[in-house]
Design a protein around this ligand. Structure first.
Ligand code: MG
Length: 258
């Protein structure tokens, strides 16, 4: 026993000496740098308000930053009233005039309190993080009433539609506003059209992490396996889903290109 203790104390002493001997040479300043200085961004009054460097896509007054997806020469014909925009299902999808690559996006959505329907036919819409064509081409972050509404989990609100379920269900009930904060990294493609780096997305719903640097399998497909098709900077698109339930609303949309 005594011998063991002696051995242990010798080991510890030995390792302490080693640690001391391995102290690096140099000064703390060697690993401190002062440039480039991060530019100043003035945050909004609350985390919902656009920071000073954001592109405001909808401030409650008009749809000047949006166009019809079917005919991008035409204005986005959704309803604007009382500081919110409401889906017009007959007008179809709308998308931003501007195209983006990597960005941070803030967008709020509300399912009507009187929503009816079940499954995918209950307040269905979607945020296409990059719109790659007419219709539903692109990468869809699902919008749906998922407060108390069963459906396939990779089709509930906060899913990357038909690919990844959200980590948790942090939905508010119909009638309350839900908030998405999204970090989107666009895919990159090689000259021959093959994928150089896939798309990645991080999403918070109402401040709760629901997609954690998720690597997308490709563009959203309703039927079949997702795959990539080469594209460049792309608009952000909002879905006018064809289900018969009462149309939902959006407000307070801004984006920070990265
Ligand atoms: Mg949808």
């Amino acid at each position: 026993m005594k011998y063991k203790l002696l051995l242990l104390s010798t080991l510890f002493t030995g390792s302490a000496i080693m640690t001391y001997a391995q102290q690096p040479k140099g000064k703390p300043e060697d690993t401190e740098f002062y440039t480039p200085v991060p530019k100043v961004v003035t945050p909004g009054k609350t985390n919902a308000d656009p920071p000073s460097d954001a592109v405001v896509l909808f401030d409650g007054t008009n749809l000047n930053q949006w166009v019809s997806v079917q005919d991008s020469s035409k204005p986005a014909d959704w309803t604007v009233a009382n500081g919110i925009m409401t889906v017009n299902k007959t007008a179809g999808n709308i998308q931003t005039k501007q195209s983006f690559t990597d960005y941070q996006l803030h967008i709020e959505w509300r399912i009507p309190e009187n929503i009816t329907g079940t499954g995918q036919a209950r307040g269905n819409s979607g945020v296409f993080l990059a719109s790659t064509g007419k219709g539903d081409d692109g990468y869809e972050l699902q919008v749906l009433d998922s407060y108390n509404n069963a459906t396939y989990v990779n089709g509930q609100a906060g899913s990357i539609y038909k690919q990844f379920a959200p980590l948790v269900n942090a939905n508010r009930p119909p009638g309350a506003w839900n908030v998405y904060d999204v970090v989107w990294t666009a895919p990159r493609f090689k000259g021959d059209g093959s994928v150089d780096s896939p798309a990645r997305v991080t999403v918070f719903l109402n401040g709760v992490l629901i997609q954690n640097n998720t690597i997308l399998k490709g563009q959203t497909l309703y039927i079949g396996q997702p795959s990539y098709k080469k594209h460049g900077p792309a608009p952000i698109k909002l879905q006018a889903h064809g289900d018969k339930s009462e149309p939902l609303s959006y407000r307070n949309i801004w984006v920070r290109p990265l």
